[in-house]
Design a protein around this ligand. Structure first.
Ligand code: NAD
Length: 345
């Protein structure tokens, strides 16, 4: 592929993906991001002036703008990451999630369908629309079993319901219009540039302030963690080798309870940044009232992705968590700019 339109490329996974594409391909990137509270130009600092990376501040819901970008830059693929992504925020106020994740995806699909329909046969066949989604659309697992691509959808939060709706729309554009779409459903990501409202960066930064580390319920909810760069390598494989109309699950085979994750962070901080008051950061762990509709366990079966594209995650949870804690310690100015909101552009 020569030119990619990436939506949400100033967010956590989006910015990691933009860096990954810049480092591993010669693609030109058109990066369309609205710069909501979660989007951050500091994530892209080193490539903002790069000739292969064109940043556009704007919304996927702005049809005029998206049409103009498609016509001007003639991308041969779209990777759609723009979304509202935080479950707790979707519980407090689902409206924005409906607008961005469902209506926004619909508006984007309509623009892309129009653009794609005007391409010649060769361009049409080569074009791809890759929709990035989540394993949360599958609902919650009991103590055993895994989500496969055949698991039926059972979303439990407004966030996962909005993502499920957008997945269905994307699928429908393949079956109805023949648009060459792909969908990936990935487990929990972690790594550099994650907004500090999500579990891992939140716990790192709260521990550094020596404040209580709040864990929902008894801390036994299980998530399957994937280092963000491994997600990026999977996205590129699916984009370049995936079969249109297909769904691919992406996961790290790293099931951990929330308590294990937070204890792991505390243990790393104990080694990398001694607590001023002495003692272990584990002493800060506290348990708080559970989140409503809190899914018990997620676990992804990525055997399809592994078998078809020989995809292998490079990081174990231990190596990935070490890199993540180290990155936050080395980038406290980034965290400060996020909190002050001084970097949204
Ligand atoms: P994020 O919240 O960090 O970033 C989302 C980005 O989208 C932000 O930069 C924001 O400014 C942008 N955005 C929001 N509304 C927009 C709009 N209308 N137009 C253009 N840009 C807009 O999210 P993330 O964690 O990077 O997640 C990216 C995608 O991956 C989402 O679709 C999410 O559902 C999915 N996903 C995330 C995870 C995870 O663990 N974070 C796991 C699986 C799937």
């Amino acid at each position: 592929m020569q030119t990619l339109l990436i939506t949400g490329g100033a967010g956590f996974i989006g910015s990691n993906f933009v860096h990954y594409i810049m480092a591993n391909t010669n693609c030109q990137i058109i990066n369309l991001d609205k710069l909501t509270y979660a989007g951050n130009l500091n994530n892209l600092k080193s490539i903002l002036q790069h000739p292969r990376h064109i940043f556009i501040k704007g919304s996927i819901q702005d049809r005029m703008l998206v049409k103009q970008l498609l016509d001007q830059y003639q991308p041969d693929g779209v990777v759609h990451l723009a979304a509202e992504s935080h479950v707790d925020r979707s519980i407090d106020g689902p409206g924005e999630f409906i607008q961005t994740n469902i209506v926004g995806t619909f508006e984007l699909l309509e623009c892309v369908r129009d653009y794609w329909s005007r391409q010649d046969a060769t361009q049409k066949a080569a074009f791809r629309f890759l929709h990035i989604s989540t394993d949360e659309v599958y609902g919650s697992l009991g103590p055993t079993g895994y989500f496969t691509e055949e698991t039926k959808y059972a979303p439990n939060s407004p966030y996962s319901a909005s993502k499920a709706a957008s997945d269905h729309l994307v699928r429908a554009y393949f079956h109805t219009y023949g648009l060459p779409v792909l969908i990936t459903n990935c487990s929990n990501n972690y790594g550099p540039y994650q907004f500090p409202e999500k579990l891992i960066p939140l716990m790192i930064l709260t521990a550094l302030k020596d404040e209580p580390l709040p864990i929902y319920g008894d801390g036994s909810n299980i998530r399957d963690w994937l280092f963000v760069r491994d997600h990026c390598s999977a996205i590129l494989k699916v984009l370049t080798q995936g079969q249109p109309g297909e769904v691919y699950n992406v996961g790290g085979n790293n099931e951990k309870t929330n308590l294990q994750v937070v204890q792991g962070i505390c243990d790393l901080l104990d080694k990398l940044k001694l607590r001023l008051k002495g003692g272990s950061y584990r002493e800060l762990i506290t348990f708080v009232k559970d989140r409503p509709g809190h899914d018990r366990r997620y676990a992804i079966d990525s055997s399809k992705l592994k078998a078809e594209f020989a995809w292998v995650p490079e990081e174990s949870f231990e190596t990935g968590l070490f890199k993540t804690v180290k990155w936050y310690l080395d980038n406290l100015d980034w965290c400060q700019s996020i909190k002050s909101g001084s970097c949204r552009g």
